[in-house]
Write a protein that binds this ligand. Structure first.
Ligand code: NCD
Ligand code: ZN
Length: 349
């Protein structure tokens, strides 16, 4: 039996496109599939000014393949003391800057220039509230005494809640929500939305650790318990308007993944949509897929509705799909979701 569904063109509200040869190798995957993409600023050095964001966007567009002319990268600045409010204001006015991303220093890949306390940035968050620009948050405590699986909840309950109470008119996106409590936090607060990744929807920490440690599933925040995963699936498939797809696609070469300290990040731009379609299919919720992938995020970010559609077909015979890509410098990156991708074909209509 074939299952078939059409959805408006989806968007990716959280993606790492990197720079140089990695950018050249990965951007086509995102640009061919998604219309808008919120591009994360954790380059080295981080993107903290309008001119840096402008330059990065041109490098991205220079590498977009010619068969993806409608791709619209939206640029986020990296929350740092280096941000100048006047520069931010002009970046927003000219349409270059779409959001600001807060990283706790040391929580994840390239977060070394991040903050040690959100309270140090109230001056910036007030400006964001004033401009109507969203604050994107990597919600993970860096307190070493807190268990790694409890760090999202600790951050939400000790840091983000304080900012939210101090500046209730600030629009916030909790990125890559990974826990049941994280889902509740988003649901309980007005003006707070959440992105969810394909890997947090489909894997739990037993998949990560039980049968040989799997560096390809290692990301921040770490994939959490089966109960957390089911809370994420429930809210995503319920078409709750506060939640939408952010793949957190984060390519790392196998040389960085398969060493004694795996780098954090899962590359899922290639097959993230197939993975999510499989989740909705299994939940009997394919009719609500479009809300999660194409509708809710656009409403939250205030971008126009999609004009063309994708047709997704689930086949009974698995196709052969690539499981890695190779960059121009010969590095390999593992493509997350090849098993799911083998079961789906996706075409533009
Ligand atoms: C991201 C990366 O590699 O840039 N890694 C990750 O595990 N998600 C950074 C991030 O979003 O945390
Ligand atoms: Zn990310």
């Amino acid at each position: 039996m074939q299952t078939r569904i059409e959805i408006p063109q989806p968007d990716d509200w959280h993606v790492h496109l990197r720079d140089d040869t990695m950018l050249a190798a990965v951007v086509g995957y995102t640009a061919r599939r998604f219309r808008y993409a919120m591009v994360m600023p954790n380059l080295v050095p981080p993107v903290t000014s309008t001119s840096a964001a402008r330059g990065y966007r041109s490098r991205i567009l220079a590498h977009v393949p010619s068969d993806a002319p409608d791709f619209r990268p939206l640029m986020a600045l990296y929350c740092s003391p280096a941000i100048d409010v006047e520069d931010l204001r002009s970046g927003v006015d000219e349409g270059t800057v779409a959001a600001v991303k807060y990283y706790p220093a040391g929580a994840t890949t390239n977060s070394g220039d991040g903050g040690t306390s959100m309270l140090d940035f109230l001056w910036l968050f007030e400006a964001l509230a004033d401009l109507g620009v969203r604050l994107l948050v990597h919600a993970e405590s860096t307190d070493p005494s807190i268990d790694i699986f409890d760090r999202e909840v600790a951050f939400l309950e000790t840091e983000l809640v304080v900012v939210r109470d101090r500046i209730p008119e600030l629009d916030i996106t909790v990125e890559h929500v990974s826990t049941r409590r994280g889902v509740e936090f988003v649901t309980e607060h007005d003006r707070v939305a959440g992105t969810i990744t394909p890997h947090h929807l489909t894997r739990d920490r037993s998949d990560l650790l039980a049968e040989g440690m799997r560096p390809d599933l290692y990301c921040k925040p770490v994939i959490n318990s089966a109960d957390d995963r089911s809370a994420l699936v429930a809210v995503a498939t319920a078409a709750d308007p506060s939640f939408f797809l952010g793949t957190d696609s984060a390519p790392h070469p196998t040389t960085a993944k398969y060493g004694p300290r795996a780098s954090a990040g899962v590359f899922n731009a290639a097959y993230g949509l197939e993975v999510v379609a499989e989740v909705f299919e299994r939940a009997g919720a394919l009719d609500r897929l479009a809300a999660f992938t194409s509708v809710n995020g656009r409403a939250v970010y205030g971008v126009p509705s999609p004009d063309h559609h994708l047709r997704l077909t689930r086949t009974t015979i698995d196709a052969d799909v690539a499981s890695t890509l190779t960059t121009a410098s010969g590095e390999q990156v593992v493509l997350f979701g090849a098993d799911e991708a083998a079961r789906w074909t996706i075409e533009s209509v």
